[in-house]
Design a protein around this ligand. Structure first.
Ligand code: ATP
Ligand code: MG
Length: 314
């Protein structure tokens, strides 16, 4: 549904997007994951025909974004980074205005708006003035707007940014539901978000794609090198020495708590040391009260991926 080939966008001498290629299949929810300034919004703006690329090509539903912008826009529902709603309008009035702008045929407008309102669960606020809505509801009005002309593809730029945890859950659920009928490209800088919503993820950093896989493959790959957190009852010094003696363990950080000791065990990449940890702690009369893998953060993933890349290229 979306095909991007060697796309690049340059501002003066900085590349915001630098030679990226990827495809989004029909029915897929693809996450574009990256830190601030990675190039997510730039990529989306090019795909939605809001600005031209410096080089490369992109098609949406078979239409070239540079030459067929009207056809492309008809296929796309775009939720921009800062949803530009009219605060003085009422919700339904705004959606009607947008439907007219998007040239939804007159006879279909009422039905399409009704469907969008229902899908985004904003029936109870349809007559409310947009400026008085909570942020979560405003975001849902933005989503309803993306649906009003019944597009095949949704491009959502950080749909959950700035929402409270409850609203985040609701909007994520909504996006997931929309994924049953639409092909979705969404951007985020939160790893658990792509794990929850997306079938596949592209990690983008400094305008370049650094990884492309399913969230679970990425997480497994990353967890293989992640730290183990331990809470052990017993002789801290003795257990630290035992942990250091395990093959593949690089570093052990010991937080001395007297009887109860906490350890962070860092292993070589790809080494699963958990069983040896268990056996060695027990052998040294320690009692494991807790053993878990440290959560993998986006920062760690970037660190791992970028370091790995450098090792490969040197
Ligand atoms: N109009 C512009 N002029 C100059 N540089 C720009 C312009 N727009 C974007 N950039 C630069 O391009 C890079 C990519 O920006 P972009 O907005 O695509 O990042 P992003 O991944 O969406 O980040 P964020 O998570 O902060 O939204 C950044 O370094 C940004 O400063
Ligand atoms: Mg952005």
């Amino acid at each position: 549904m979306i095909k991007v080939e060697h796309l690049a966008k340059r501002y003066a001498d900085v590349y915001a997007v630098n030679d990226i290629s990827f495809e989004v299949e029909q029915g897929e929810i693809l996450g574009l994951l990256g830190p601030n300034g990675a190039g997510k919004t730039t990529t989306m703006r090019i795909l939605t025909c809001y600005m031209p690329a410096t080089s490369g090509s992109a098609t949406v539903a078979g239409y070239d974004v540079f030459h067929n912008s009207i056809s492309v826009r008809r296929q796309i529902g775009y939720l921009p980074e800062n949803v530009p709603l009219y605060p003085e309008m009422r919700v339904k009035e705004y959606l009607l205005f947008r439907a007219r702008l998007k040239k939804v045929p007159y006879r279909d407008r009422k039905m399409k708006i009704g469907e969008s309102i229902e899908k985004c669960r904003i029936k109870e606020v349809e007559n409310q003035i947009i400026g008085t809505l909570s942020k979560g509801y405003r975001q849902r009005v933005g989503l309803a707007d993306t649906l009003v002309h019944d597009p095949k593809i949704l491009i959502l730029d950080e749909p959950t940014i700035g929402l409270d945890p409850n609203q985040i859950r609701q909007v994520r659920q909504l996006v997931k539901e929309l994924g049953e009928k639409h092909t979705i490209l969404l951007s985020t800088h939160i790893l658990p978000e792509v794990e929850m919503i997306c079938g596949r993820v592209i990690i983008i950093n400094k305008g370049k794609i650094v990884a492309m896989d399913t969230p679970s493959n990425l997480a497994t790959q990353m967890k293989a090198g992640s730290n183990i957190l331990l809470e052990v009852k017993g002789d801290g010094k003795k257990i630290q020495d035992a942990l250091l003696g395990i093959q593949g363990v690089k570093k052990v950080i010991w937080q001395d708590g007297g009887e109860i000791n906490n350890f962070t065990v860092e292993a070589e990449k790809g080494m699963d040391t958990r069983e040896d940890i268990f056996l060695n702690v027990v052998k040294n009369n320690g009692i494991i009260r807790e053993m878990r893998q440290a959560p993998v953060t986006l920062e760690e993933i970037f660190h791992q991926i970028t370091t790995h890349e450098q090792e490969v290229t040197i």
